[in-house]
Ligand binder design. Structure first.
Ligand SMILES: Cc1cc2nc3c(=O)[nH]c(=O)nc-3n(C[C@H](O)[C@H](O)[C@H](O)COP(=O)(O)OP(=O)(O)OC[C@H]3O[C@@H](n4cnc5c(N)ncnc54)[C@H](O)[C@@H]3O)c2cc1C
Length: 297
């Protein structure tokens, strides 16, 4: 039976990351995956990467993770597909005091975030329906990555650094044995000192999702529930683009068009004088003609 210090069960983004970091530290690691890397929820993720969290620790971890995704090649020799797009979060009045408290703290944590009024949002992104929006936050360094590239990048790098991988192998049992554990996968078993199991939708996640769903339903909002059941049809880029083309109806009035006229002359430090400003006297004209390259030939 092969022996390892750590067995990681599941090669989603978390499992691949754990294996990569363990292997980077020289820890003998095996990663066991029942399908393929990013074969579960990870491969379906929108992979939005933000550090806009109310929890300060989480924000710091996310900030450093975004920095790693941006600089992924130097860590893994591969692409994460990270694109910096910024992230705009719109908040209702009930969130306003928290947002006003959190945004300065995020800036102190080197997470550049702007606090915006609905008027500023409307000026920058005129297509948004801002009904019920009291304040917004724009995290400048947020973006999105490619979840499959990111997972495969860390998974492959972990293997290069010495981690073993068992793919297409569901774990069927974990049993304590001596000081460690035996992990069974089909007719193969591996012995480890520790087991790390990554499972996305556990009881806590289900409970939290149910809370959000009920809260939204009480407010008469059904889009979240519909999205959960019909994600593929709701998340349709064609529908999204068609939505952008619809005439926009604003619930708040837009700022008036600027009325002040700009005096164009005030835009120049050195005023342009036209041809008149370039005129030269007769003696200089003659001198220029005589000394022009090729004039003496
Ligand atoms: C539609 C969608 C959109 C999302 N958008 C975002 C987003 O924009 N931003 C964001 O941060 N998060 C997003 N998420 C959430 C994010 O994708 C997950 O939090 C993350 O992928 C979880 O990764 P994980 O490695 O913990 O779990 P998983 O991706 O679930 O990986 C677990 C792995 O374990 C394997 N496995 C399970 N059981 C066994 C077993 N017995 N033996 C061996 N292997 C096993 C599975 O095959 C799987 O590959 C989104 C998720 C979905 C579904």
């Amino acid at each position: 039976m092969d022996a390892y210090e750590v067995a990681v069960i599941g090669a989603g983004v978390h499992g691949a990351s754990v294996a990569f970091h363990l292997a980077s530290r020289g820890i003998r690691t095996v990663i066991i995956e029942k399908t393929s890397p990013a074969g579960g929820p990870t491969g379906r993720s929108s992979a939005i990467c933000r550090a806009y969290y109310t929890n300060a620790f989480l924000a710091t971890v996310a900030r450093d993770s975004i920095a790693m995704l941006r600089d992924f090649e130097s860590h893994t020799g591969r692409e994460s597909g990270f694109r910096r797009s910024g992230l705009l979060v719109l908040h209702a009045a009930e969130d306003e005091s928290t947002v006003r408290e959190v945004v300065p703290r995020l800036n102190d944590q080197a997470i550049p975030t702007d606090l915006l009024t609905p008027y500023q949002v409307a000026a920058e992104w005129p297509a948004f329906d801002l009904g019920g929006i009291a304040v917004a936050a724009f995290e400048r360094d947020a973006g999105y990555a490619d979840p499959v590239l990111t997972t495969q990048g860390m998974f492959e790098r972990a293997r290069e650094l010495g981690a073993e991988a068992l793919l297409g192998r569901p774990v069927t049992g974990i049993e304590p044995e001596g000081d460690g554990w035996v992990v069974r996968t089909g007719d193969t078993s591996v012995a480890t000192q520790r087991v790390l199991s990554m499972k996305h939708l556990g009881f806590t996640a289900l409970r939290d999702t149910a809370r959000i769903a009920v809260k939204n339903l009480l407010r008469g909002q059904t889009n979240f529930i519909r999205m959960l059941w019909k994600f593929d049809s709701v998340y349709n880029p064609k529908l999204q683009l068609a939505d952008h083309n619809l005439p926009v109806r604003y619930e708040i009035s837009l700022p008036p068009a600027p009325r002040a006229k700009v005096n164009r002359n005030t835009l120049y430090v050195h005023h342009a004088h036209g041809r008149g400003g370039r005129e030269i006297d007769e003696a200089t004209e003659v001198f220029v003609d005589q000394t022009r390259a090729g004039a003496g030939d």
